[in-house]
Write a new protein. Structure first.
Length: 218
């Protein structure tokens, strides 16, 4: 098959790992401390809808951005792979990537009401790493003229955000049973997976450029 279950899982795991909903639970709990159950559900709904919307929009306009700035897909793969590796290393070290949210932004958000929009939805759930991953996959499949994989990228976004909503709904229970150390273990595993994905993006980008040079296409 041109597009099998392994490719489907690869796309979903990539999107899920970069969003890292379990790893975002401590920030969610800190930012919604003192909220009622109804208020938390309202925040969760905002996160799911806005983060999904941001990733879908960037997925749709990604090719136009490439064209506007004359960016080739191989070049974006290399740059995107480097960004994903940076995020992955932060996750493996048990740190929050500065490409997602800074300490100052987190403290500022504690004093604001719109935490569901920022910093939770953007950039915590739909940050630069997630946007880059989505654009890389859709750019690759669009270049190859493959419609089904492109649709699965969008499906993976919706599935990931749906799963994120469920995990956030039970965030207090998960934090209680898994604890901070348990959530960090999960983040480190996701970071390791992301590092491999980032390296593969770079390898693919370099290979495309070398092949293009050899064939005279670049």
């Amino acid at each position: 098959m041109a597009f099998d279950i392994a490719q489907i899982l690869n796309i979903f795991i990539s999107v899920f790992a970069i969003v890292n909903p379990l790893g975002n639970i401590p920030s969610f709990l800190a930012l919604t401390e003192g909220y009622s159950k109804e208020e938390k559900m309202h925040v969760i709904l905002k996160i799911v809808l806005i983060a999904s919307g941001v990733l879908v929009v960037f997925g749709l306009i990604g090719n136009y951005i490439f064209q506007m700035f004359s960016i080739t897909v191989p070049a974006f793969r290399i740059a995107g792979g480097m960004l994903i590796i940076r995020v992955a290393f932060s996750m493996m070290q048990g740190q929050r990537s500065q490409t997602k949210i800074t300490h100052e932004e987190l403290q500022d958000a504690l004093e604001r009401e719109a935490v569901g929009i920022t910093p939770l939805a953007v950039p915590l759930f739909a940050g630069p790493g997630a946007i880059t991953t989505v654009m890389l996959y859709i750019g690759q499949f669009s270049q190859e003229g493959r419609v089904l994989p492109t649709l699965w990228v969008f499906a993976s976004i919706l599935l990931t955000m749906g799963a994120s909503g469920i995990l956030l709904k039970y965030a207090s229970q998960l934090n209680k049973y898994l604890g901070k150390s348990g959530l960090m273990v999960f983040s480190r595993i996701m970071g390791l997976i992301l590092a491999a994905i980032g390296v593969q993006f770079i390898i693919n980008g370099v290979s495309d450029i070398v092949f293009g040079l050899m064939s005279g296409a670049v």
